[in-house]
Design a protein around this ligand. Structure first.
Ligand code: CU
Length: 254
């Protein structure tokens, strides 16, 4: 990037650094693109898939940028190390016009890409899917969750949802501020006492077991304030709702 006027060896050093940078970047990219997606948490909605993809893509873009700085720094520390205190300042460093334009162009293009990606994600998250959502009332209290299905008159301590059906959570708290978080759906909202706030409408896309966690420090047993989430087929959901409604009429939630 920089040249040392009067030094015929600067091109040689620049070439060394660039070779190291390219080799390490390629290895790190291959490692990340293989291991990164495996390290991501479970994603059971399109928003959560987008969030995981964002982490993988942004990290892939950041790897060569970070390595560019680190390789230059490590090479300089090793190759230009001076054992005793230098008697004079080093030569003035000047970047050519081409280098400056390349630096601004590449970093500008990267930033622009991140902004466009983020705007697309915001648009996607705020666009409601077609169809009437299933409403689930979520009530937090120290230190448990209650889920009510007003259309069926059912109340439960586990969150059961049909796959492929849009759902909207209406969240409130009975005591202090809690945090409603279903990481697998990429849904997170404060549960405030005295007010009901609706989440974005989200559609579970994957059958399986996940969890609701409280993500606001809410007292002694905050760490244990979680509840199971089950995404099941339409038929299983209808059967569960029927059983739970009978249980509710009998005085006990499912
Ligand atoms: Cu809590």
């Amino acid at each position: 990037m920089t040249q040392r006027p009067g030094s015929g060896r600067s091109d040689h050093h620049l070439r060394n650094v660039l070779v190291w940078w390219v080799v390490l970047s390629v290895l790190a990219e291959i490692g990340w693109l293989v291991a990164g997606p495996l390290l991501m948490p479970a994603a059971a909605s399109s928003d959560a898939v987008f969030a995981n993809t964002t982490i993988v893509v942004f990290t892939a873009l950041a790897i060569p940028v970070a390595l560019f700085v680190w390789v230059f720094m490590a090479y300089s520390l090793i190759r230009f190390r001076v054992k005793s205190r230098p008697s004079e300042a080093g030569p003035h460093l000047v970047a050519s016009n081409g280098q400056q334009i390349a630096w601004l162009g590449i970093t500008g293009a990267l930033c622009l890409f991140l902004v466009i990606w983020g705007l697309f994600g915001m648009y996607q998250a705020s666009t409601d899917p077609p169809g009437r959502p299933l409403i689930v009332d979520v009530t937090a209290q120290q230190w448990t969750w209650t889920f009510r299905y007003p259309s069926a008159g059912v109340s439960s301590n586990q969150l059961v949802l049909p796959v492929g059906r849009p759902v909207e959570f209406e969240v409130t708290s009975l005591d202090v501020v809690h945090g409603f978080d279903v990481h697998a759906f990429s849904v997170r909202l404060d549960a405030n006492p005295g007010s009901v706030i609706a989440t974005n409408i989200v559609t579970p896309t994957r059958l399986g077991s996940f969890s609701v966690r409280c993500v606001e420090l809410c007292g002694l047993y905050h760490a244990y304030m979680w509840a199971p989430v089950k995404v099941v087929s339409d038929q299983d959901f209808a059967a569960w709702l029927r059983d739970a409604a009978q249980g509710s009429r009998g005085g006990a939630g499912a």
